[in-house]
Design a binder for this molecule. Structure first.
Ligand code: PLP
Length: 368
């Protein structure tokens, strides 16, 4: 968490008052909350009234996908369209809608570069557009960093509401709700130096959707519950600080990629020819097992990620890499590196320097 966000949160934690109370303490908290809403709206390119604060990006995704589906179903539209590379916070609610609400879920495939197939979407809309209640495509993928053509999706979608999960993109690459033209967009505070457990759904003012939570009627009656003012103030403090320099992080990332290509000749960077976020590099190291790699890197004090789920202790291949055309074996020999605002060239060089040894040990372990 950014120092400035910690200070803003600490200061607000000491303030008495529920923002829904009418007494002066309540009104003071309400003022802090509405100032925060206004700052976030400016940063995101939306109206303050379009910001609905939530407790996570997951919650924002659930409200958007389920709410837009229910709103569409009222006029007989039963199809939910998502991409095949969504985060579980969209995949799982879509699956829930299919098993509990009778939705038909259709996935848009991606190409080997990790970009959705716009031709597939065009054909689908031409044949069944009148049955689609919502389209949800993430703005950038969390495993590969590949940025998706959301403005084109909106243009193809016409009147069909489009939601985008922009949790990974916010503050990392230019992002404007109004310029994109989407109906709904999800954000999360902890990806930008804000606190854990705070998020936002940006929802067009003119759109009304059924809510998941009922109660005090906060946030346009879409998300009842006393607002977490300290967390929200810290979120917007992080959102308005200029701590992430995309050009610098891109330079670091590219330096790291060049080092990998030199040191580990048959390593392949996934999504390399696509537009990507500055801070994510996903690499396949053939002949290794990513769990082993992760542990060997951890032993060198380097935290990286496999990007795939573990269920009941069994390592599953990443659905994102499989959707991009990998097989189980290559998908399971891939690792994701993330760079942040505080990463340095010497961090990068250190990781590159230990990689050849780690890869050699991981390959030896894989052969036995
Ligand atoms: N969507 C994407 C693309 C993410 O990467 C994440 C978190 O990693 C989420 C949604 C979930 O956000 P949260 O952790 O705030 O629930």
């Amino acid at each position: 968490m950014l120092e400035s966000a910690i200070s803003a949160m600490t200061e607000q934690l000491a303030c008495l008052g529920n923002p829904s109370s009418l007494h002066s303490h309540g009104r003071a908290t309400r003022k802090a909350l509405e100032d925060a809403r206004e700052s976030l709206a400016k940063e995101v390119g939306c109206l303050p009234s379009e910001v609905i604060f939530t407790a996570s990006g997951t919650e924002a995704n659930n409200i958007a996908l389920k709410g837009l589906f229910w709103a569409g179903r009222n006029s007989g539209k039963n199809i939910v369209v998502i991409s095949s590379i969504e985060h579980r916070a969209i995949l799982d609610p879509a699956h829930w809608l299919s098993t509990h609400e009778g939705a038909e879920v259709i996935q848009i495939p991606v190409n080997f570069d990790g970009v959705i197939d716009l031709g597939f979407l065009k054909d689908l809309i031409a044949s069944r557009g009148d049955q689609i209640s919502v389209i949800s495509v993430m703005h950038a993928n969390n495993e590969t960093g590949v940025i998706q053509p959301i403005a084109e999706v909106v243009a193809i979608a016409g009147d069909i509401p489009v939601h985008t999960d922009a949790v990974q993109s916010f503050k990392k690459t230019p992002l404007s709700f109004s310029l994109l033209g989407v109906t709904a967009m999800s954000l999360s505070a902890h990806k930008i130096g804000g606190p854990l457990g705070v998020g936002a759904l940006i929802l067009k003012r003119t759109v009304e959707i059924p809510s998941l939570l009922h109660g005090g009627g906060q946030e346009r009656e879409i998300r009842s519950g006393t607002l977490n003012t300290p967390g929200i103030v810290a979120f917007t403090t992080a959102a308005t600080s200029a701590h992430f320099n995309a050009a610098e992080v891109t330079t670091l990332r590219d330096r790291f990629i060049s080092a990998i290509q030199k040191l580990v000749p048959n390593a392949t960077v996934n999504g390399l020819s696509s537009a990507r976020l500055p801070g994510i590099v996903n690499v396949t190291f053939l002949g290794t097992q990513s769990d082993t790699l992760l542990l060997l890197m951890d032993g060198q004090q380097i935290s990286c990620s496999t990007g795939s789920a573990c269920s009941a202790g069994v390592h599953e291949a990443s659905h994102v890499l499989l959707a991009m055309g990998h097989n189980d074996e290559t998908a399971q020999s891939s690792l994701r590196f993330s760079f942040g605002a505080s990463s340095t060239a010497s961090d990068c060089d250190f990781v590159a320097s230990v990689l050849p040894g780690v890869i050699a040990r991981a390959r030896a372990a894989h052969l036995t």
